[in-house]
Design a protein around this ligand. Structure first.
Ligand code: ZN
Length: 280
């Protein structure tokens, strides 16, 4: 999704029209302050050379991307949105795993009618290289300006993998919001992490409280690992996995009220992070 209107798409075809070679892999929106909102898996477009090789249908592909996660990034001063699909190259995996090869790399889903050629893989990995070079440059700049930074790394995840009418995955093991902090020096960021989780979990969400927990089913992947490796003392990534309770993961349709209410909850969380950073 790259549509940046304030209302998520909720009627007619939920799947954005496919555009080929329409532009860059990502969009960087520079802003002020130490917070960066990232939606690594919100992109849906593909390079045209990839399309004929795919057997995965577009609905399945959309279901495995992270629709609507880009709507939450504006709670941060700086935003980085992807415009192309994780099925071209997955920016949240290390370089050697970033182009899916077998169904085991992609939830058992068969992707290719024939394996992508070396030159296609090379072009896809070049996007990965360019993305991380850009990210490092931007983060250096923000660190110099602000002293430190926090990335809100937004994702959404499926919980009815057996079908639309199937029982959802066990809620005990699948929080509504999972905050992954697996690769950070947590003791350096405990105020930020605890403040963020407590704010999200105690805020009013359309008359109820959300189930927000840490490292239950996700711990954060390559983006978090990369940042914590290169900025061990000055950078913090909160990998935010939102269960698709706010949408029908099979039709792709979202409940606008809940998508917007989630953004307001994240806005409260961002304010709390700024307070925590200010008192360091
Ligand atoms: Zn994701």
């Amino acid at each position: 999704m790259t549509n940046q209107s304030t209302e998520p798409r909720t009627e007619n075809s939920s799947i954005p029209p496919l555009s080929l070679d329409i532009g860059p892999f990502w969009e960087l929106r520079k802003g002020s302050g130490p917070l960066i909102g990232v939606a690594l898996h919100a992109g849906h477009n593909l390079r045209s050379e990839i399309v004929p090789l795919l057997v995965i249908d577009e609905e399945t592909r959309f279901r495995e991307e992270d629709p609507y996660s880009d709507y939450w990034t504006p709670v941060c001063g700086t935003q980085i949105l992807t415009l192309r699909s994780r099925f071209e190259v997955d920016l949240n995996r290390s370089r050697d795993q970033a182009v899916y090869q077998t169904p085991a790399d992609s939830w058992g889903v068969k992707i290719w009618s024939e394996p992508p050629s070396r030159s296609i893989v090379k072009s896809s990995l070049a996007e990965h290289d360019r993305f991380y070079a850009m990210l490092k440059r931007e983060l250096n700049e923000i660190q110099q300006r602000s002293g430190h930074f926090v990335i809100l790394d937004f994702h959404s995840y499926n919980h009815r993998r057996q079908g639309a009418a199937s029982a959802p995955a066990d809620p005990e093991l699948n929080p509504e919001i999972n905050i992954g902090t697996g690769s950070m020096k947590r003791e350096n960021w405990s105020g930020v992490v605890d403040g963020f989780i407590n704010t999200l979990g105690s805020a009013d969400f359309l008359g109820r409280k959300l189930d927000v927990r840490e490292n239950v089913n996700f711990k954060g992947r390559y983006l978090a690992q990369f940042v914590h490796h290169h900025f061990p003392d000055h950078g913090c990534v909160l990998a935010i996995e939102v269960k698709k309770f706010f949408m029908d993961e099979w039709s792709g349709l979202a409940d606008t009220r809940q998508v917007v209410a989630l953004r307001e909850i994240f806005r409260l969380g961002a304010t709390e992070i700024n307070n925590q950073l200010g008192s360091r």
